[in-house]
Design a protein around this ligand. Structure first.
Ligand code: ADP
Ligand code: X2W
Length: 260
Protein backbone atom coordinates (compact mmCIF):
# COMPACT_ATOMS: atom_id res chain seq x y z
CA UNK A 1 0.00 0.00 0.00
CA UNK A 2 1.41 3.40 -0.98
CA UNK A 3 1.70 6.11 1.62
CA UNK A 4 -0.55 9.13 1.06
CA UNK A 5 -0.45 12.43 2.92
CA UNK A 6 -3.75 14.27 3.27
CA UNK A 7 -3.42 17.81 4.61
CA UNK A 8 -6.05 20.30 5.73
CA UNK A 9 -5.11 23.96 5.96
CA UNK A 10 -7.30 26.29 7.99
CA UNK A 11 -8.69 29.76 7.46
CA UNK A 12 -6.31 31.69 9.73
CA UNK A 13 -3.31 30.54 7.69
CA UNK A 14 -5.04 31.16 4.35
CA UNK A 15 -5.83 34.68 5.52
CA UNK A 16 -2.12 35.42 6.15
CA UNK A 17 -0.40 35.56 2.75
CA UNK A 18 3.15 35.12 4.12
CA UNK A 19 2.11 32.14 6.26
CA UNK A 20 0.23 30.61 3.30
CA UNK A 21 3.26 30.98 1.04
CA UNK A 22 5.51 29.33 3.65
CA UNK A 23 3.04 26.47 4.03
CA UNK A 24 2.64 25.93 0.26
CA UNK A 25 6.43 25.97 -0.23
CA UNK A 26 6.77 23.21 2.38
CA UNK A 27 3.77 21.32 0.96
CA UNK A 28 5.31 21.44 -2.55
CA UNK A 29 8.47 19.74 -1.25
CA UNK A 30 6.69 16.84 0.48
CA UNK A 31 7.64 13.54 -1.13
CA UNK A 32 5.05 11.09 -2.47
CA UNK A 33 1.38 11.44 -3.35
CA UNK A 34 -0.47 14.12 -1.40
CA UNK A 35 -3.65 16.09 -1.44
CA UNK A 36 -4.81 19.30 0.13
CA UNK A 37 -8.15 20.40 1.56
CA UNK A 38 -8.47 24.08 2.37
CA UNK A 39 -10.86 26.08 4.50
CA UNK A 40 -11.32 29.82 4.21
CA UNK A 41 -14.07 30.60 6.70
CA UNK A 42 -12.43 33.83 7.83
CA UNK A 43 -12.19 35.26 4.29
CA UNK A 44 -15.78 34.18 3.52
CA UNK A 45 -17.00 36.07 6.60
CA UNK A 46 -15.08 39.21 5.55
CA UNK A 47 -16.30 39.15 1.94
CA UNK A 48 -19.86 38.33 2.97
CA UNK A 49 -19.84 41.38 5.27
CA UNK A 50 -18.66 43.60 2.38
CA UNK A 51 -21.58 42.27 0.33
CA UNK A 52 -24.03 42.93 3.16
CA UNK A 53 -24.51 39.23 3.97
CA UNK A 54 -24.43 38.54 7.70
CA UNK A 55 -22.62 35.50 9.14
CA UNK A 56 -24.21 33.25 11.76
CA UNK A 57 -22.27 30.26 13.10
CA UNK A 58 -23.88 27.51 15.21
CA UNK A 59 -21.59 24.86 16.77
CA UNK A 60 -18.80 25.87 14.38
CA UNK A 61 -21.03 25.52 11.30
CA UNK A 62 -22.12 28.39 9.07
CA UNK A 63 -25.84 28.93 8.55
CA UNK A 64 -25.90 29.02 4.76
CA UNK A 65 -28.86 30.64 3.03
CA UNK A 66 -28.87 31.19 -0.75
CA UNK A 67 -26.98 34.49 -0.50
CA UNK A 68 -24.32 32.94 1.75
CA UNK A 69 -24.09 29.88 -0.50
CA UNK A 70 -23.30 32.19 -3.42
CA UNK A 71 -20.58 33.91 -1.35
CA UNK A 72 -18.92 30.68 -0.14
CA UNK A 73 -19.06 29.13 -3.61
CA UNK A 74 -17.27 32.19 -5.03
CA UNK A 75 -14.80 32.45 -2.16
CA UNK A 76 -13.91 28.77 -1.55
CA UNK A 77 -14.50 27.33 -5.03
CA UNK A 78 -13.16 30.40 -6.83
CA UNK A 79 -10.86 32.87 -5.13
CA UNK A 80 -9.16 30.73 -2.48
CA UNK A 81 -9.00 27.49 -4.47
CA UNK A 82 -7.65 29.04 -7.64
CA UNK A 83 -5.12 31.21 -5.80
CA UNK A 84 -3.75 28.12 -4.05
CA UNK A 85 -3.65 26.17 -7.34
CA UNK A 86 -1.78 29.01 -9.09
CA UNK A 87 0.73 29.31 -6.23
CA UNK A 88 1.32 25.53 -6.31
CA UNK A 89 1.86 25.64 -10.07
CA UNK A 90 4.54 28.29 -9.48
CA UNK A 91 6.14 25.81 -7.07
CA UNK A 92 6.12 23.09 -9.77
CA UNK A 93 3.21 21.15 -8.28
CA UNK A 94 0.66 20.16 -10.93
CA UNK A 95 -2.38 20.95 -8.80
CA UNK A 96 -5.97 20.43 -9.86
CA UNK A 97 -8.55 22.51 -7.99
CA UNK A 98 -11.80 20.71 -7.19
CA UNK A 99 -15.02 21.08 -5.31
CA UNK A 100 -16.74 17.85 -4.30
CA UNK A 101 -19.01 18.28 -7.34
CA UNK A 102 -16.07 18.05 -9.75
CA UNK A 103 -15.63 14.52 -11.06
CA UNK A 104 -18.29 13.53 -8.47
CA UNK A 105 -15.58 13.30 -5.82
CA UNK A 106 -17.59 14.18 -2.67
CA UNK A 107 -21.36 13.66 -2.64
CA UNK A 108 -23.39 14.95 0.28
CA UNK A 109 -26.97 15.57 1.33
CA UNK A 110 -28.55 18.75 2.61
CA UNK A 111 -28.51 18.62 6.39
CA UNK A 112 -32.04 17.78 7.59
CA UNK A 113 -33.78 20.52 9.55
CA UNK A 114 -34.10 19.54 13.23
CA UNK A 115 -33.86 22.27 15.90
CA UNK A 116 -31.78 24.40 13.55
CA UNK A 117 -32.08 25.03 9.84
CA UNK A 118 -28.50 25.19 8.56
CA UNK A 119 -29.73 25.86 5.02
CA UNK A 120 -27.39 24.75 2.23
CA UNK A 121 -25.00 22.78 4.43
CA UNK A 122 -23.98 19.33 3.26
CA UNK A 123 -23.39 16.16 5.29
CA UNK A 124 -21.05 13.88 3.37
CA UNK A 125 -22.60 10.66 2.01
CA UNK A 126 -19.93 9.29 -0.28
CA UNK A 127 -16.36 9.98 -1.39
CA UNK A 128 -15.24 8.61 -4.76
CA UNK A 129 -11.73 7.66 -3.73
CA UNK A 130 -11.25 5.71 -6.99
CA UNK A 131 -11.66 8.96 -8.89
CA UNK A 132 -9.23 10.77 -6.56
CA UNK A 133 -6.82 7.85 -7.03
CA UNK A 134 -7.14 8.38 -10.80
CA UNK A 135 -6.02 12.03 -10.45
CA UNK A 136 -3.07 10.95 -8.29
CA UNK A 137 -2.04 8.36 -10.89
CA UNK A 138 -1.97 11.19 -13.47
CA UNK A 139 0.58 12.86 -11.12
CA UNK A 140 -1.94 15.58 -10.33
CA UNK A 141 -2.27 16.97 -6.80
CA UNK A 142 -5.95 17.50 -5.92
CA UNK A 143 -6.75 20.68 -3.99
CA UNK A 144 -10.27 20.53 -2.52
CA UNK A 145 -12.49 23.49 -1.66
CA UNK A 146 -15.06 22.82 1.10
CA UNK A 147 -18.02 22.73 -1.26
CA UNK A 148 -19.90 19.52 -2.08
CA UNK A 149 -23.01 18.68 -4.09
CA UNK A 150 -26.17 16.61 -3.78
CA UNK A 151 -28.13 14.35 -6.13
CA UNK A 152 -30.61 17.08 -7.09
CA UNK A 153 -28.16 19.68 -8.32
CA UNK A 154 -27.46 21.77 -5.23
CA UNK A 155 -24.02 22.94 -4.20
CA UNK A 156 -23.62 22.58 -0.43
CA UNK A 157 -21.29 24.24 2.07
CA UNK A 158 -19.33 21.59 3.99
CA UNK A 159 -16.94 22.03 6.87
CA UNK A 160 -13.36 21.64 5.64
CA UNK A 161 -12.23 19.58 8.67
CA UNK A 162 -15.05 17.11 8.01
CA UNK A 163 -14.22 16.98 4.32
CA UNK A 164 -10.56 16.21 5.11
CA UNK A 165 -11.56 13.44 7.51
CA UNK A 166 -14.05 11.84 5.06
CA UNK A 167 -11.58 11.95 2.14
CA UNK A 168 -8.76 10.54 4.31
CA UNK A 169 -10.99 7.67 5.52
CA UNK A 170 -12.05 6.69 2.00
CA UNK A 171 -8.51 6.99 0.64
CA UNK A 172 -7.36 4.61 3.39
CA UNK A 173 -9.05 1.80 1.36
CA UNK A 174 -6.22 2.27 -1.19
CA UNK A 175 -3.36 3.79 0.81
CA UNK A 176 -1.74 4.04 4.19
CA UNK A 177 -2.93 7.57 5.00
CA UNK A 178 -1.42 10.22 7.25
CA UNK A 179 -3.91 13.03 7.91
CA UNK A 180 -2.48 16.35 9.09
CA UNK A 181 -4.58 19.29 10.29
CA UNK A 182 -2.43 22.43 9.94
CA UNK A 183 -3.39 25.64 11.71
CA UNK A 184 -1.81 28.66 13.41
CA UNK A 185 -0.90 27.05 16.76
CA UNK A 186 1.80 24.51 17.62
CA UNK A 187 -0.73 21.74 18.26
CA UNK A 188 -3.48 21.02 20.77
CA UNK A 189 -2.44 23.04 23.82
CA UNK A 190 -2.85 22.14 27.50
CA UNK A 191 -2.92 25.90 28.16
CA UNK A 192 -4.43 27.82 25.22
CA UNK A 193 -2.35 30.90 26.17
CA UNK A 194 0.96 29.03 26.22
CA UNK A 195 2.28 27.91 22.84
CA UNK A 196 4.86 25.69 24.51
CA UNK A 197 2.17 23.57 26.23
CA UNK A 198 1.62 21.23 23.25
CA UNK A 199 -0.02 17.91 24.20
CA UNK A 200 2.27 15.46 22.37
CA UNK A 201 -0.15 12.53 22.42
CA UNK A 202 -3.90 12.82 22.80
CA UNK A 203 -6.12 9.82 23.60
CA UNK A 204 -9.97 9.93 23.60
CA UNK A 205 -9.89 9.76 27.44
CA UNK A 206 -7.48 12.70 27.73
CA UNK A 207 -9.53 14.62 25.15
CA UNK A 208 -12.71 14.12 27.21
CA UNK A 209 -10.90 15.41 30.32
CA UNK A 210 -9.53 18.55 28.62
CA UNK A 211 -12.92 19.21 27.04
CA UNK A 212 -14.72 18.89 30.37
CA UNK A 213 -12.18 21.28 31.94
CA UNK A 214 -12.81 23.79 29.12
CA UNK A 215 -9.13 23.73 28.04
CA UNK A 216 -10.09 22.38 24.65
CA UNK A 217 -12.93 24.47 23.30
CA UNK A 218 -14.45 26.30 20.31
CA UNK A 219 -13.23 25.25 16.84
CA UNK A 220 -10.90 22.66 18.33
CA UNK A 221 -13.83 20.45 19.42
CA UNK A 222 -15.31 19.70 15.96
CA UNK A 223 -11.75 19.46 14.60
CA UNK A 224 -10.81 16.77 17.14
CA UNK A 225 -14.14 14.95 16.71
CA UNK A 226 -13.39 14.69 12.98
CA UNK A 227 -9.77 13.77 13.65
CA UNK A 228 -10.57 10.93 16.08
CA UNK A 229 -13.26 9.64 13.72
CA UNK A 230 -10.65 9.39 10.95
CA UNK A 231 -8.31 7.42 13.21
CA UNK A 232 -11.09 5.05 14.28
CA UNK A 233 -12.14 4.49 10.66
CA UNK A 234 -8.83 3.38 9.17
CA UNK A 235 -6.52 6.39 8.79
CA UNK A 236 -3.05 5.28 9.95
CA UNK A 237 -1.89 8.49 11.60
CA UNK A 238 -3.53 11.80 12.54
CA UNK A 239 -1.51 14.88 13.52
CA UNK A 240 -2.56 18.41 14.47
CA UNK A 241 0.27 20.91 14.05
CA UNK A 242 1.41 24.40 13.09
CA UNK A 243 1.35 25.10 9.34
CA UNK A 244 5.08 25.95 9.56
CA UNK A 245 5.84 22.47 10.89
CA UNK A 246 4.18 20.37 8.20
CA UNK A 247 7.49 18.98 6.86
CA UNK A 248 8.65 18.14 10.39
CA UNK A 249 5.30 16.46 11.09
CA UNK A 250 5.65 14.20 8.04
CA UNK A 251 9.34 13.39 8.58
CA UNK A 252 9.62 12.85 12.32
CA UNK A 253 6.42 14.07 14.00
CA UNK A 254 5.45 17.47 15.36
CA UNK A 255 2.51 18.97 17.18
CA UNK A 256 -0.12 16.63 18.62
CA UNK A 257 -0.44 13.00 17.51
CA UNK A 258 -3.78 11.31 18.18
CA UNK A 259 -3.81 7.86 19.76
CA UNK A 260 -6.70 5.38 19.87
N1 ADP B 1 -6.61 23.59 23.60
C1 ADP B 1 -6.53 24.23 22.43
N2 ADP B 1 -5.37 24.22 21.73
C2 ADP B 1 -5.26 24.87 20.55
N3 ADP B 1 -6.26 25.59 19.99
C3 ADP B 1 -7.44 25.63 20.63
C4 ADP B 1 -7.63 24.96 21.87
N4 ADP B 1 -8.91 25.16 22.28
C5 ADP B 1 -9.48 25.94 21.36
N5 ADP B 1 -8.63 26.24 20.36
C6 ADP B 1 -8.97 27.08 19.22
O1 ADP B 1 -9.27 26.26 18.12
C7 ADP B 1 -8.95 27.00 16.94
C8 ADP B 1 -8.82 26.05 15.77
O2 ADP B 1 -10.10 25.76 15.26
P1 ADP B 1 -10.66 26.56 13.99
O3 ADP B 1 -10.79 27.99 14.30
O4 ADP B 1 -11.85 25.83 13.54
O5 ADP B 1 -9.42 26.38 13.01
P2 ADP B 1 -9.28 26.19 11.45
O6 ADP B 1 -9.83 27.42 10.80
O7 ADP B 1 -7.83 25.99 11.28
O8 ADP B 1 -10.07 24.98 11.10
C9 ADP B 1 -7.66 27.71 17.29
O9 ADP B 1 -7.50 28.90 16.54
C10 ADP B 1 -7.86 28.02 18.77
O10 ADP B 1 -8.30 29.33 18.97
C1 X2W C 1 -20.69 24.38 6.91
C2 X2W C 1 -19.50 25.20 7.27
O1 X2W C 1 -19.42 25.71 8.37
N1 X2W C 1 -18.55 25.33 6.34
C3 X2W C 1 -17.34 26.08 6.55
C4 X2W C 1 -16.40 25.81 5.40
C5 X2W C 1 -15.09 26.54 5.50
C6 X2W C 1 -14.20 26.03 6.59
O2 X2W C 1 -14.40 24.97 7.17
O3 X2W C 1 -13.11 26.85 6.80
P1 X2W C 1 -12.06 26.83 7.99
O4 X2W C 1 -11.36 25.52 7.96
O5 X2W C 1 -11.19 27.95 7.64
O6 X2W C 1 -12.82 27.03 9.29
C7 X2W C 1 -17.66 27.60 6.64
O7 X2W C 1 -18.35 28.09 5.76
O8 X2W C 1 -17.11 28.27 7.53
Amino acid sequence: MDNLTVIKIGGNVIDDSAALQRFLTAFAKLAGPKLLIHGGGKIATQIAAKLGVETTMVDGRRITDQAMLNVVTMVYGGLVNKQIVAKLQALDVNAIGLTGADASTVLSEKRPVKDINYGFVGDIKEVDSGQIQFFLRQELTPVFAPITYDEVGNLLNTNADTMASAIAVDMSHHNSVTLIYCFEKKGVLADPNDDSSVILELTPTLYAEYKAAGTINKGMIPKLDNAFQALQQGVSKVIICHADEVALAVEQGAGTTLKQ
